[in-house]
Design a protein around this ligand. Sequence first.
Ligand SMILES: *Cc1c(COP(=O)(O)O)cnc(C)c1O
Length: 490
Amino acid sequence: MYFRSTRAKHVKVSASQAILQGLSEDGGLFVPEFIPSFTVGLNELKLMTYHQIAYEVMRLYFTDFSETELKDCINSAYDGKFDDEAIAPLKEVGGTYYLELFHGATIAFKDMALSILPHLMRVSAKKKNLKEEIVILTATSGDTGKAALAGFADVEGIKIIVFYPKDGVSLIQERQMVTQTGENTHVVAIHGNFDDAQTGVKNIFNDKEMQDKLKEKGYVFSSANSINIGRLFPQVVYYFYAYAQLLKAGKINEGEEINFAVPTGNFGNILAAYYAKNMGLPIAKLICASNENKVLYDFFGSGTYDKNRDFILTSSPSMDILISSNLERLIFHITGNDPDKCKELMESLGALGKYDISMAMKEKLNDFVGGFASEADTLSAIKRVYEESGYVLDPHTAVADFVYHKGFKDERKAVVVATASPYKFVRSVIMAIDESKAGIDEFDLIDELEEISKVAVPKAISDIRNADVLHNTVCTIAEMPQIVGGFLQK
Ligand SMILES: *Cc1c(COP(=O)(O)O)cnc(C)c1O
């Protein structure tokens, strides 16, 4: 399997090259030359573990990895860092299934991919005889930073530096980051907002002089953001696994189609479901759920993608996004894999903030349906599910739950993809259930949640309550290159 670019004709790279590079040089995203078929029969699938399915899915994409290399990556990623042996358990609640992707080190779905990406990178670097040490630079608005830190901590040959906005993340998110252990981890608060942090990181990536200097010292930069194929394809695995669990429990027959509802921001998670479907998994509808930043809902309705609108801060911050980067891959596929057309649309997005797709392209989007939840809808979903069953949703999952129940229930079984533990967004969750708790401190709300949800406080939360603060660097945007240089002295 080789990977091509969504924006240029003659690019052809191996998986390990694409993993190290992140983006194609022309600015396009790497896509597989064709979507491979999943060859394991459904009768076998239902007997397989998460690790076995992970191998059967990823070996179709990462073909330049040996069996031993890939299995080693999978075993190093999905181990005791997960607090549930099933890795991604499926819970049935009131006739709806919730695929819990929040049992990893940072209790959000980013762990599913960021647990394995560092290992894929480590092996890729060895394959490509990379002599330099890799330095991962990341700006975060909260979830990605901690998941990347946890994934890369103590991985040989890689350092990670995370920048976050000093006053732009929740108390729990900040505490999670500044208590991160691992010799190779660095966490820096910046004076500015998330966009400032992101711009600062981009400037460093574009600073050729700085890169040359660091190369002499034996370092190269790389990125862990969600457009890397080393994050995308590990996410295909759990769609197969969810289906396997339904089969095993006798809830569906072999070949029976099911629906998935996915809380969506950057379009990585639901794109993985699209690949799963095109590999042969019996999926009927891909329900794309947005919060009030409903660019995708409008796009699936009208065929126009338009980011020219106000950015709304919601209780599901990981979905507060106006440019869904991974959508570019879907656009490429629905042009019939035409990089010229895809490039034209992406350039229009860059210049005008919008583009329109043709009728022919729109017809190829039939697998997708879009919906959105307002803030009130989101909180009402948390309250409804809790009152009916005692199960507590986080606000991101609640967006998908609302969209599914409001508009897309049909005769098929449906899986709502649950992307974060309610403990991560404890304030919004408690407010949805019991407004009288408004005055209580965030760390005390954790105990409230344990009482009402009957789910023990996850280790990720109890660990940070008493952990030592290990990172206390604060800087301005202008100081970022200097800070990075300082960390990389040898
Ligand atoms: C990142 C994230 C999402 C959105 O996933 P995308 O792949 O960006 O669409 C949803 N929920 C949570 C909790 C997340 O962290």
